[in-house]
Design a binder for this molecule. Structure first.
Ligand code: GLA
Length: 402
């Protein structure tokens, strides 16, 4: 009896400590509820690289709040590399005062007032990829600073990390963020080098699976000067095959940010790029100048039927069902029992692509309704299979619902 009383006393003491000091009792694994569906937002890097400023971020937030993106689900406005210049004598990170004269707290307040959230960038090494101060050795100090500023999302890069172990490095920052008590989505940008899908569930909410995306269909398309330094959309897509099962609500594979609208692909190719990122449950982080989009690009980024595939609450990443040379079928099971399906033609000439119900794990005799998610049109009921003519570098994306 005495032991029972002692145990009860200790339990009570524990509860009282947690009530008084909640940050001492935070869960030590990442909260999946921070990203129940893939995060959606915008990031400065793909279009602006180091040209970031509070004016840019404010004007992007203004546009997103009014151009249909916020209504379509885009939430995070993320400042990538180059907002930071130094550390002060106490080790605190110093913001570029020329580009961010009002400071990050004021910027977070501004973005929040627009009904959006603010993201920021740092690096697990001594320096960021653009050579600015990294967070190595300052993880808890930096996390606390981000929380005080009102930051909601951290993208954490992997440059200048030397021999550092990735699991240790990302766990350290993950714990530092959790210890602040502020919900901060943790985006791991380790480029897939140490296969984060095998260990990062519980550490990050999303993890990059590859090196950087370039604004081109394929790496065979060289840059104008003939060089080739990043993956094309196709090479990134192919690297997603086989890792689908590691993603799920709260912890997503990240094939890098969107290039839609940056000018290096055709509108048809951008439609394919967006369709795949939606089907792969990829974070939909736009990377273009959303303040001056053509109607075609805006129509792609705000296609609510395609976004609904990405944001489906089941959170099952789509996968490649079949590949016959340049012609492919990809499918994603949806929470209502339907399938989102992409009929894909990588080739240079129009071709017919078909999918059978068996390939979608449906009995062949079932009749199913098919809806075109880009034409926004019901195509009728089909039994056993569906086929469509698919243009070069193009997709037909449908929902098949028995
Ligand atoms: C790395 C990342 C990019 C971007 C840059 C910034 O290359 O993978 O997404 O953040 O660094 O320097």
């Amino acid at each position: 009896m005495k032991h029972v009383a002692e145990c009860r006393g200790l339990l009570l003491l524990g509860v009282l400590i947690c009530v008084a000091f909640p940050t001492l009792c935070v869960a030590q694994t990442r909260d999946d509820s921070l990203a129940p569906t893939p995060p959606m937002g915008w990031n400065s890097w793909n279009k602006f690289q180091c040209n970031v400023s509070e004016d840019l971020i404010k004007s992007v937030a203004d546009s997103m709040a009014t151009n249909g993106m916020k209504d379509a689900g885009y939430q995070y406005v993320v400042i990538d590399d180059c907002w930071q210049v130094d550390r002060d004598p106490d080790g605190n990170i110093v913001v570029d005062a020329k580009r961010f004269p009002s400071g990050i707290k004021a910027l977070a307040d501004y973005v929040h007032a627009k009904g959006l959230k603010l993201g920021i960038y740092s690096d697990a090494g001594t320096k960021t990829c653009a050579g600015r101060p990294g967070s190595q050795g300052h993880e808890y100090q930096d996390a606390l600073q981000y929380a005080r500023w009102g930051v909601d999302y951290l993208k954490y890069d992997w440059c200048s990390t030397g021999t550092r172990n990735a699991e240790e490095a990302y766990s350290t920052m993950s714990h530092a963020l959790m210890a602040t008590g502020r919900p901060i989505v943790f985006s791991m940008c380790e480029w897939g080098t140490a296969k984060p899908w095998l260990w990062a569930n519980g550490i990050g909410n999303l993890w990059r699976t590859t090196g950087d995306i370039g604004d081109k269909w394929s790496a065979n398309n060289k840059w104008k000067d003939g060089s080739c330094c990043e993956y094309g959309m196709l090479e990134i897509l192919d690297q997603q095959v086989g890792i689908e099962s590691f993603a799920g609500p709260g912890h997503w594979n990240d094939p890098d940010m969107l290039e839609v609208g940056n000018g290096g692909m055709t509108t048809t190719e951008y439609r394919a790029h967006f369709s795949f990122w939606a089907l792969l449950d990829a974070p939909l982080i736009s990377g273009n100048d959303v303040r001056s989009m053509t109607p075609e690009i805006k129509e792609i980024l705000t296609n609510t039927e395609v976004i609904a595939v990405n944001q489906d609450k089941l959170g099952r990443e789509g996968h490649r069902v079949r590949k016959n040379g340049d012609l492919e079928v990809w499918a994603k099971p949806m929470s209502d029992g339907s399938r989102a399906v992409i009929l894909f033609n990588r080739g240079a000439s129009e071709s017919e692509v078909s999918v059978s119900w068996e390939e979608l794990a449906y009995p062949g005799h079932l009749s199913a309704k098919v809806r075109d998610l880009w034409a926004h049109k019901d195509l009728g009921s089909f039994t056993g299979s569906f086929k469509a003519s698919v243009g070069p570098h193009s997709v037909v994306m449908v929902k098949i619902a028995p």
